[in-house]
Design a protein around this ligand. Sequence first.
Ligand SMILES: [Zn+2]
Length: 336
Amino acid sequence: MQRKILTIVLGLGLLTCACRQSSNAGKSETQNDTLKYDNAIAPQFNSDSAYAYVKQQVDFGTRVPGSAGHKKCEKYIVDELNRHGADTVILQSAEVTAFNGDSLPITNILAQFNRENNYRVLLAAHYDTRPWADNESSDENRRRPILGANDGASGVGVLLEVARLLAEYTPQIGVDLLFVDAEDYGDASGWDRKDDTWCLGTQYWVGNMPYNQENKPAFGIVLDMVGGLDARFHREYYSNKHARSLVDKVWAAGANAGFADKFINEVGGSLVDDHVFINEAGIPCIDIVECNNAITRSFPPTWHTLNDDMSSIDKRSLLAAGQTVLNVLYGERNFR
Ligand SMILES: [Zn+2]
């Protein structure tokens, strides 16, 4: 994803948004739901299992659309979802054109649990990895693809562990797990906005969503770079702007699950990621992402470097993200 510079003007916009929200109580499904979850009813997230899912993806090598590693990873995700007993696994394949003219064969993967339940929640993560290590210092290394242990595999690893638990412990709601492609093939050059060069898989998906008005997800949560060493998840600007009550709910769930040190109640940055396009499609959606690292004040130090490998993965970070989304899922009731 691409980082944006948070300006004072944007900060003022946030305040306006926060004020407006309080007059809207009871309107949206995600409003004032902080009392609706119960830690006791959610199964326990297993971070060893999630870690193994991350490692398996990294063992496939780099996972750039069209590559052998990508194909293996796609098949692995589909096989795991079927093995875990998803009601349906929908593959959405297409050919999209990247900003540089590259033609990319992409496949989005959607697994549905409790398919008949019209009250649905969407979780999403990208499984492709970036073809260029932009943040390396040498030209030669900048042209090499990254392994994406954190940037790619971590969100998918958490979602696959969630899938395993969904099969074992039936939630009271419908759950959709979306594995999107070609998030990270965007144009990082220069300072002007090139938002739509990123998240190509999600942009295709929102144009071809398999929903009607009745079964469209009530809200969505994107997980990206959730496995970094000592990761902290600040409130992301666009999430706060477009789905603030949902951020409130998820961050409260994080604190209640024992991770107040990780779910930081401050805006940490703003970025274009899959949640932005899902929001635009009318599904309130937020991003759990490390965007205010203690060292870089931005993304983790391994971001878009050749060091984004298993040595940058922290089981407690995976656990914090995973247990929090589980607590949200299992605390939801069908109140549509
Ligand atoms: Zn990335």
